[in-house]
Design a protein around this ligand. Structure first.
Ligand code: AMP
Length: 420
């Protein structure tokens, strides 16, 4: 009989590694909470249309990678391949645009894409996502980008880069698109690439294959064809970013995997990750709300991959979760001591001290091994003879030093020892 395993392209996050995962998730979201973004939860599945209309029909995400199924009521549902479209759907459904603007939201959770699995690319992964909706102000673009940078900096990451460009707006894009199509028509491209170019010619600029890139040296670039208004917007974004102490690299060929981006568009890449170097990305999306049947308002946001950011943290050798685990451990020997241990651990936990004890029949040796493995700095060991003397042994697990403490003082002594 073969055992069951996690599906291809998915993985389990187990202790102690999971403490690092949590620390990364926490650190990436803290700057958002500090900047007035409110937490939102949306379902992990949505009506398929939310993504086909929201993410865009020319993208790999929609055409090849979605987990789509009919539920028992015959509705076509899709496991979310990204989190923005669902947040914008909720923004529209709850008429958040009628309240104070911008509406600033964040969420974190699972995303699903049927991709070819490799290091850093999975079928189930976790994204931190944030959106600022309802206002088109370059200062807001700069805030969003800077908050992304802040999360990476707070983790201690240094080997990452911000790639930045402007993809123009609904007025600049059509004439530019025509120029690009004209240019692409003269190239030697395969059928599939041509088909893709018909839906979204910008996507060809982002083609990673050398034989395609070699033909693109003189391709017209959106940044050279921005209208005065869009250029002024982009200049203002860059001015604010400079004021915020954020540095970037101009990336005029940056086109992201989702179709909805306009104007400011960006990606965070890390140099220690090999082929899957993007740790996050985002941009402004003028048409997304309207495409989903909502008000014609602008928005900007980003998604950061938690799993990939954790790989970046490991690649830089950073220790982000040193304080994980319990701090105090209680080892009881005998039934009487067990009651004391359960009470003591309960008191410690109520007082906010991470504490644990052993369960099941363990001898002294096994229990001490558990204490050491727990990561606690101090333990209390209570044997039958100790109890008869009205004491427990307070032990420093790092030095092995030990002293007897009256039972009534154990809680205070342990609490003081672990917070010293
Ligand atoms: P996207 O929604 O494609 O803009 O992706 C945003 C971020 O999510 C990327 O920069 C990655 O860090 C992460 N990400 C996207 N797809 C995957 C995947 N298949 N596996 C792991 N992380 C991913």
């Amino acid at each position: 009989m073969s055992g069951l395993t996690a599906p291809k392209g998915t993985f389990d996050v187990l202790p102690p590694e999971s403490a690092r995962f949590l620390a990364v998730r926490e650190t990436l979201t803290a700057p958002l909470r500090r900047a007035g973004y409110g937490y939102v939860e949306t379902p992990v599945f949505e009506h398929t249309e939310v993504f086909s209309r929201g993410v865009g029909e020319s993208t790999d995400v929609v055409t090849k990678e979605m987990y789509t199924f009919d539920d028992r009521g015959g509705r076509s549902l899709t496991l979310r391949p990204e989190l923005t479209a669902g947040l914008v759907r909720a923004f529209i459904e709850h008429r958040l645009h009628t309240g104070p603007l911008p509406v600033k939201l964040w969420t974190v959770g699972s995303a699903f894409r049927y991709e070819r699995p490799q290091a850093g690319r999975y079928r189930h992964f976790t994204q931190v996502d944030m959106e600022a909706l309802g206002v088109d102000d370059p200062a807001l673009d700069a805030e969003v980008v800077a908050l992304g940078v802040q999360g990476f900096r707070d983790l201690g990451l240094t080997d990452f880069e911000l790639l930045l460009t402007s993809l123009g707006d609904a007025t600049d894009r059509p004439p530019y698109r025509e120029k690009l199509v004209e240019y692409l028509e003269k190239l030697d491209l395969d059928e599939e690439t041509r088909r893709r170019a018909e839906i979204n010619p910008l996507r060809v600029l982002d083609d990673k294959r050398p034989e395609v890139q070699a033909q693109l040296d003189d391709a017209p670039l959106m940044v050279d064809h921005l209208s005065d208004a869009t250029r002024a917007h982009y200049d203002a974004v860059r001015q604010h970013l400079t004021d915020l102490g954020v540095t970037w690299t101009e990336a005029p060929r940056l086109v992201r995997g989702l179709d909805y981006y306009t104007k400011t568009t960006f990606e965070f890449v890390h140099s220690g990750l090999g082929a899957q170097s993007a740790i996050g990305g985002g941009g402004r999306y003028d048409g997304l709300s309207a495409a989903l049947g909502g008000p014609d308002v602008s928005g900007i946001g980003y998604a950061v991959g938690v799993d990939r950011t954790l790989l970046a943290v490991q690649a830089e050798g950073l220790d982000v979760a040193a304080a994980a685990g319990v701090r105090a451990f209680v080892v009881p020997l005998g039934a009487e001591a067990k009651r004391l241990a359960v009470r003591l651990v309960g008191q410690l936990r109520q007082a906010g001290v991470p504490a644990d004890t052993v369960y099941g029949d363990r001898g002294l040796k096994g229990a001490m091994r558990a204490a050491e493995r727990s990561g606690a700095s101090h333990a209390v060991v209570v044997g039958e003879r100790d109890l008869a003397d009205g004491v427990g042994q307070l032990k420093d697990l790092r030095t092995g030093e030990q002293r007897a403490v009256p039972v009534g003082d154990l809680f205070e002594a342990l609490r003081t020892a672990v917070s010293a």
